[in-house]
Design a protein around this ligand. Sequence first.
Ligand SMILES: Nc1ncnc2c1ncn2[C@@H]1O[C@H](COP(=O)(O)OP(=O)(O)OP(=O)(O)O)[C@@H](O)[C@H]1O
Ligand SMILES: [Mg+2]
Length: 239
Amino acid sequence: MPDTPMLQVEGLNVLYGNYQVLWDVALEVRQGEVATVLGPNGSGKSTVLKAIMGLVPIQSGKVIFEGDDLTHLPTHEMVSRGISMVLERRRLFTNMTVRENILLGAYHKSVTSRAASQLAWVESLFPILAERRDQIAGKMSGGEQQMVAIARSLMSHPRLLLMDEPYLGLSPKIVDEVVKIIRKVNSEGIAVLFNEQNVKLSFGVSNHGYLLEGGRMVLSGTGDEMMNSDVVRRVYLGV
Ligand SMILES: Nc1ncnc2c1ncn2[C@@H]1O[C@H](COP(=O)(O)OP(=O)(O)OP(=O)(O)O)[C@@H](O)[C@H]1O
Ligand SMILES: [Mg+2]
């Protein structure tokens, strides 16, 4: 069924203790597209991605990927099913080399046997990673470190890549580089779902967008529809 979305999240409710953070959240990611979730601080963006990835427990709702119900599967199972995540602030081991960091993405037994060919693939996508393989990761620029973090996540050869605020803390010039990296990953046929607080950096790059406020999805549409919607223009762009 070509029209069935690759990822379908339905009626997602997530609580931290007694505190409900996500309320009936629904979203879809289609094969090969870039989708984004825009929302202010504390709206629950990271929690959406973590819930999909099995990093926080789901109270109720469904996570369906490629037609299979994967709700409640542990994170390593999600990885072997074809989803990978780049955590917020990259979380590199800054005292280890570029290559050591990338190889950490192949820790799972389903990937270890293919680590050499996966490494060759990610280094062909981003040749600078091979040139700089012995450099201490903490000495790379912010954009290069994000590239290392993305390369690490690609080691499991995901079909869907989740990214938690990929531009966080980066200067405008570096942000442009990261946008190019995301486009490059996507051009390999990998669908991308990322969250972000900046309208242009999210809806300007995405096929579909969602607006999350107070743990509820309040609007969705194509990237252009989202960018031109009244609420986004008024509240987020101030026009
Ligand atoms: N482990 C946790 N335990 C308790 N509350 C949490 C936990 N993680 C997040 N929260 C709360 O849940 C809400 C949503 O957090 P979340 O990190 O998903 O938001 P966010 O949109 O990603 O925010 P930011 O833009 O700051 O990254 C916030 O009120 C936050 O304080
Ligand atoms: Mg967050």
